[in-house]
Design a protein around this ligand. Sequence first.
Ligand SMILES: NC(=O)c1ccc[n+]([C@@H]2O[C@H](COP(=O)([O-])OP(=O)(O)OC[C@H]3O[C@@H](n4cnc5c(N)ncnc54)[C@H](OP(=O)(O)O)[C@@H]3O)[C@@H](O)[C@H]2O)c1
Length: 263
Amino acid sequence: MTIKIAVNAASGKMGQQVIHQVAANNQTELTAAFCRVGHRLLGRKVGFQDIVYSSDFDSGLSGSEVVIDFSLPEATFPLLDAAVKNNTPLLIGTTGFNSEQTEKIQNAAKSIPILLAPNTSIGVNSALALLTQAAKMLGKKADIEIIEAHHKHKVDAPSGTAIRMGQAIAEAMGEDFDHLKVTDSRFQKCSRNKGEIGMSVIRAGEIIGEHKVLFALDNEIISIEHKAQNRLCFAEGAVSAAAWLASQQPGFYTMQDFISSSH
Ligand SMILES: NC(=O)c1ccc[n+]([C@@H]2O[C@H](COP(=O)([O-])OP(=O)(O)OC[C@H]3O[C@@H](n4cnc5c(N)ncnc54)[C@H](OP(=O)(O)O)[C@@H]3O)[C@@H](O)[C@H]2O)c1
């Protein structure tokens, strides 16, 4: 039996990669591909599959066991409402939600399973575990800097992954990330304060996604780095996690829940 997967924002870079990966995974099948109303792809066949691009959430979700969303926050919420209405589990890979929007997603997770993942790659989620270890050993002694680089089209900054890395580091140190993070200190002509977590952002060219965390001591530097070689690493993790999410109880999940359940 294959798991029936719907894909939102199917016209996007990630939407296309997820569609490719759903077909490549022998445990999953594509049952719906959503594009916004008026999109030029609507009514066209999705590759060689027996599915056409559609904007009808209700009919697509009714034949699906889980839906995957990589879009923009304003596009996620109409899908969230439809997923709750159709009782369809939802994996959200979209980034850039503010705290009010995140709270709305967490509330919806009282009625359906929702996995919210600013980064769905297995590699980044392994890096998060390493960062937690490093922060416990070095966090109080080191200057910590998170440097992230993405393509010039990305609209949110710092990236959702960089924020998640900062939160994991702060949690391991027993601190609140919002109190430690500094995003613009280099422009204020002041030296670095003890204990801050600096965030540096690069937007250039077509960089897929790179994150590097420095733990700088006075005489040595430890760095933990992840570089996405292509978007398939995000799609692979998203499709595997969505297949798992399809059979979970209503609740709010992260990639760590999926990874720890599969070991
Ligand atoms: N979690 C992860 O591991 C991960 C990895 C990569 C990217 N991301 C995130 O995933 C999201 C998408 O990235 P991408 O690189 O695929 O971007 P993209 O190529 O620009 O695709 C964005 C998609 O969202 C759709 N969209 C935008 N606004 C919409 C609206 N108001 N209503 C309906 N659809 C709308 C676009 O539709 P149109 O074609 O009609 O414009 C397009 O299909 C971003 O938030 C990015 O940060 C997450």
